[in-house]
Design a protein around this ligand. Structure first.
Ligand code: F3S
Length: 755
């Protein structure tokens, strides 16, 4: 059911041959990351060495994973490709759309009522196209992937930034936008800039109150939220060998918080133990057969400075428990050092109101068992917990086993709320307040990964601190941010001073994992008869229509907006309440560019409609142009489209009738997304030409009929006074991408090729 051992064996067979070839070509010993990358080249056996941080390379990932919020548009697009089945094993996980409020039973029922049309849609599309479907309540995508699909040496992409969690089981697993996932599901190559490599050498051993979470909190402190950008972080050393597989997952998971492409660990005994415990002895056996290929070459770890672009040393024996936050995951405070002063100086509320344990980062059996050892002490020592507890188990398998083993009961005795096996508070799906915007200032501690303002409960005044599950439990019991369980005493109900002992727990359940109903639905073998129905009046889902080609003649196009300064994908397609419409292109298009600043009046969502002379919102203005069959052009500054890789930021303008986006420079993923949607993404050959663009400008493309790689295009800009400028525009389209443009989109081309 869960995994395809034959596929894994094939990957391993390729790996030995390709890694040997790569070592020859690169001419030196290889890191694990390089071994995985070179053995997953789209073109097969490596023929040349790639330059880290420079070369764009086509890869062939082994798997795709999608979560319910991002899967909607990804699957709607995949349906456009005209394929009977996905080309690589793919799974969909329903975990983001479930609110945490009263506890699992009630909350799950509520989610199934409110989001049933989305869940039903995802289920039927999965069934039709051979995609494994994990129902709401089955678990959080990354925990379920680790338990069922991740394998050492594999490459996976997923439509969620914490896909990187699977590095805990020795994968190169990378979070991508839906458009990339669709490419791979449709059988196309997946492109990535060959990453730089950061090595983290772990010496010593974790002990006492220090947990794997503290390793990544420390790395975040060292590298900051941007320090891993464009790099794979590879952990190694004796300290790595001493940690559990799920602990490694925690460390890799939060690699997303330092901007890393992904993180990974070499195959070791902890991974073998985890594979066997999760019913995958055959994967462990296969991995054991090629063990040397699933870690770096010996010389690499002996002299890492020669093989990594940067090396960081952490001695686990000297590492203390950390509390990172608020509002950013890289702001570290060592427990017991200066939290009291820091909190006072920054006016952070000292009293802690909630301790939340869970999220894809820390919701394993080991996490729950160690945290429960602290909770049990509260019961045994007569302590009354000062803060409330909320628990989100990572999967139904973890929940069922933890319940069987009495772990959840411990928390329940402390009046903890056991929420659904889902993201819940981690993605703002926490009904903590009726009016979060005006909720009071407060502090919470959680074992999640992100702690940006409003992330958990929508309250901008909630100060969220990130810690290990065991420290979260201790702080929730003490109710104070500056509690140090190593030195501080607590007063129990009898007025006695007591201390919390160090946490204990099980790496894996002593009696093995168990589950009754894991929530998985295997797709039918032949899905051709499966009907997909989307209610035409639905406000959340809309079947896509193929885009019509824009064509070789664009004349009389109007300026929609000249964006001033930063224009990220969030400015182009806002998140927040708009997430609800992720599966409905026309509805979500009503947020198109509403966050972009109009260069002419410095206002957002206030542009001139050249047909009427009136000022109005960007989407309304654009809809008017479309109604009148007038193309439009968006003009932007540097790094246009940076930020999240969401494809909506390209699909929405395309849907509304924008023909071209002309900017000083693009964020590359957004540029590619524009190309995939069959639009023109162009840059000013002369950056200063941005200043020539006026509010009433009309654009005529002069030589689109000669669109060719490495050949400039030219545009005539007609100003309101009748004067004209002819501008040269650069582009990066290759032959295939020009075909996408001519066909109307990349998916149109795939569909034609499949016909
Ligand atoms: Fe879900 Fe939070 Fe992870 S939203 S996938 S639990 S980062």
């Amino acid at each position: 059911m869960a995994f395809d051992i034959d596929m894994i064996k094939k990957v391993y067979a390729n790996m030995t041959e390709r890694v040997d070839a790569a070592r020859e070509i690169v001419g030196k010993p290889l890191t694990l990351s390089e071994k995985i990358l070179y053995s997953h080249l789209w073109d097969g056996t490596p023929a040349k060495a790639f330059r880290r941080g420079k070369d764009y390379v086509d890869f062939a990932p082994d798997r795709v994973a999608c979560q319910d919020a991002t899967a909607q548009m990804a699957l709607l697009q995949f349906m456009q490709a005209g394929k009977p089945k996905v080309a690589v094993p793919t799974t969909v996980h329903c975990d983001h759309l479930i609110q945490a409020k009263d506890g699992a039973a009630t909350d799950l029922k509520h989610a199934n009522n409110t989001s049933s049309e989305v869940f039903n849609f995802l289920e039927s599309v999965s069934n039709k196209y051979g995609i494994g479907f994990w129902k709401p309540g089955a678990g959080i995508i990354h925990q379920v992937v680790l338990e069922n699909y991740a394998f050492p040496g594999g490459m996976m992409i997923g439509t969620d930034s914490h896909t990187v969690n699977a590095g805990g089981l020795g994968m190169v697993a990378i979070g991508v936008g839906g458009a990339d996932a669709v490419d791979v599901m449709a059988g196309m190559a997946w492109e990535l800039k060959f990453p730089k490599l950061i090595g983290v050498r772990l010496t010593g051993k974790l002990s006492g109150w220090t947990a794997p979470k503290d390793v990544i909190l420390k790395v975040a402190e060292i590298l900051t939220v941007k320090g891993g950008t464009g790099a794979i972080v590879e952990y190694f050393g004796p300290g790595a060998l001493s940690m559990s597989c799920t602990g490694k997952g925690t460390i890799c998971n939060m690699g997303a918080e330092i901007g890393a492409t992904t993180s990974t660990f070499g195959y070791d005994d902890s991974m073998e133990r985890y594979l066997r415990a999760t019913d995958r002895a055959d994967v462990a056996d296969a991995a054991n057969n090629i063990k040397d290929y699933l870690t770096a070459d010996n010389e690499v770890y002996a002299n890492p400075e020669q093989y990594f672009d940067q090396v960081i040393d952490i001695n686990l024996s000297e590492l203390g428990p950390l509390l990172n936050g608020p509002f950013t995951p890289d702001l570290s405070t060592e427990v017991g050092r200066d939290m009291t002063e820091k909190a006072k100086a920054n006016d952070w509320p000292m009293q802690v109101e909630w301790g939340l344990i869970g999220s894809c980062t820390n919701s394993s059996y080991e996490d729950l068992s160690r945290a429960s050892s602290i909770a049990q002490q509260a019961l045994d020592k007569g302590l009354k917990t000062k803060a409330e507890f909320g628990i989100n188990p990572g999967s139904e398998q973890v929940r069922y086993t933890a319940e069987r083993d009495g772990i959840l009961e411990v928390f329940e005795k402390l009046d903890a709320k056991i929420f659904t096996n889902a993201c819940g508070p981690c993605i703002g799906q926490w009904a903590r307040y009726s009016d979060p915007k005006n909720a009071p200032k407060n502090s919470i501690v959680h074992s999640f990964n992100r702690n940006f303002a409003k992330r958990a409960d929508g309250n901008p005044n909630t100060h969220a601190f990130v810690a290990s599950p065991e420290l979260t439990a201790a702080i929730a019991i003490a109710g104070r941010l500056d509690f140090n369980p190593i030195t501080d005493k607590l007063i129990n109900e009898n007025g006695e001073e007591v201390m919390l002992d160090e946490p204990t727990g099980w790496e894996l359940p002593p009696k093995g994992f168990d589950v009754k109903e894991n929530g998985y639905l295997e797709p039918v073998t032949d899905g051709s008869g499966v009907q997909i129905t989307v209610n035409p009046t639905s406000e959340r889902l809309q079947l896509l229509e193929p885009f019509t080609p824009i064509g070789e003649s664009i004349t009389g196009a109007k300026l929609l907006i000249k964006a001033f300064g930063k224009c990220t994908t969030d400015h182009i397609s806002m998140a927040g309440p708009w997430l609800r419409f992720r599966g409905h292109l026309d509805n979500i298009a009503n947020n198109t560019l509403i966050g972009a600043v109009n260069a002419f009046n410095k206002k957002t969502n206030f542009v001139k409609n050249q047909l009427t002379g009136d000022y109005g919102g960007v989407p309304d203005t654009q809809r008017d142009y479309k109604k009148n069959s007038v193309w439009s052009v968006v003009v932007g500054d540097h790094n246009y489209g940076e930020g999240s890789s969401r494809e909506h930021a390209a699909m929405q303008p395309r849907h509304l009738g924008v023909a071209a986006v002309i900017v000083k420079s693009f964020a590359r993923i957004h540029e590619t997304n524009l190309k995939k949607q069959g639009m023109l993404g162009l840059t000013f050959a002369n950056e200063a030409d941005y200043d020539l663009i006026q509010e009433d400008d009309t654009f005529n493309f002069l030589d689109l009929n000669e669109f060719a790689p490495d050949k400039q295009l030219h545009i005539e800009v007609v100003h309101a006074d009748g004067s004209k400028d002819t501008l040269a525009l650069n582009h990066t389209y290759n032959d295939a991408q020009i075909e996408w443009y001519k066909e109307g989109s990349a998916l149109n081309l795939i569909k034609r090729q499949n016909a």
